[in-house]
Design a protein around this ligand. Structure first.
Ligand SMILES: [Zn+2]
Length: 253
């Protein structure tokens, strides 16, 4: 199984290449890709080719997916797994892209056991073992520290890997207790900052739930790495071990 997959991927890479002009145009809008070395960029492009070959991207509500929409989403989805490999995204194939925010029906059971149904507008959603759903308008609003694609794919890495509902498990070569302790203490500190009413550099939405904290901090790790490394050095160091990347050049080993 592993061998066949490797063989198929080598064959895909042999026969496919990215349109360089298209790549340059897409990469120009993603400033955080500029810090990558030439070798990292080359490996990212290979991952993107394989991602586009193995995943199925669909436009919803009439959205036509142009090559640059597909390429932009693939590039951002592949950045977090640059050193983890495409198998991190194993077991599902669908990426659904809406033109803007989309409505979903949610159900919640209150403490009396009563089920409440309500509608919510979302910029992105990820399902365990299932698709990633994105609003293209919100993908386009990405800026430093805010990135809906990295956010949703960080959820995928969390929910499809080991771990519990709060946080993903540490990688095998990490100190699992330190990872967990750093996440829990950082989350605690962040919630206190939000509660104090002080403006936070990180999106206050991160205080909603530990899983949201992990996803939002992952956005910052990749798109505003220097600020994260400065303000949250322990968390930055742990995320560098988790993602096996050091975008700010600060992990130091
Ligand atoms: Zn989220």
């Amino acid at each position: 199984m592993g061998f066949l997959r490797e063989w198929r991927r080598r064959r895909t890479l042999k026969s496919a290449r990215l349109d360089e002009a298209l790549w340059k145009g897409v990469a120009a809008g993603l400033s955080f890709l500029r810090g990558l070395s030439d070798d990292d960029t080359r490996r990212l492009k290979e991952l993107v080719i394989l991602f586009l070959a193995e995943k199925e991207m669909h436009g919803a509500r009439g959205l036509v997916l142009t090559d640059d929409v597909r390429l932009s989403i693939a590039a951002q989805a592949c950045l977090p797994i640059l050193n983890l490999g495409l198998d991190t995204y194993e077991g599902w194939v669908g990426v659904i892209v809406y033109p803007g925010e989309f409505r979903v029906q949610k159900e919640e059971v209150d403490e009396n056991g009563v089920v409440h149904t309500f509608e919510e507008e979302l910029a992105g959603e990820a399902w365990p073992g299932g698709p990633v759903i994105l609003s293209w308008e919100d993908v386009g609003m990405s800026e430093r520290g805010y990135n809906v694609v990295i956010h949703e794919f960080a959820h995928k890495i969390h929910m499809d890997g080991d771990g519990d509902e709060s946080y993903p498990a540490a990688r095998r070569d990490m100190d699992a207790r330190k990872w967990r302790k750093t996440l829990e203490e950082s989350y605690q500190r962040f919630c206190e900052e939000v509660d104090s009413g002080e403006p936070t550099f990180i999106d206050p939405y991160a205080s909603e739930h530990p899983a949201e904290f992990f996803a939002v901090m992952s956005e910052a790790f990749f798109t505003e790495s220097a600020v994260l490394a400065r303000d949250w050095p322990e968390l930055y160091a742990q995320l560098a071990l988790f993602y096996k990347q050091d975008p700010a050049g600060k992990a130091g080993g």
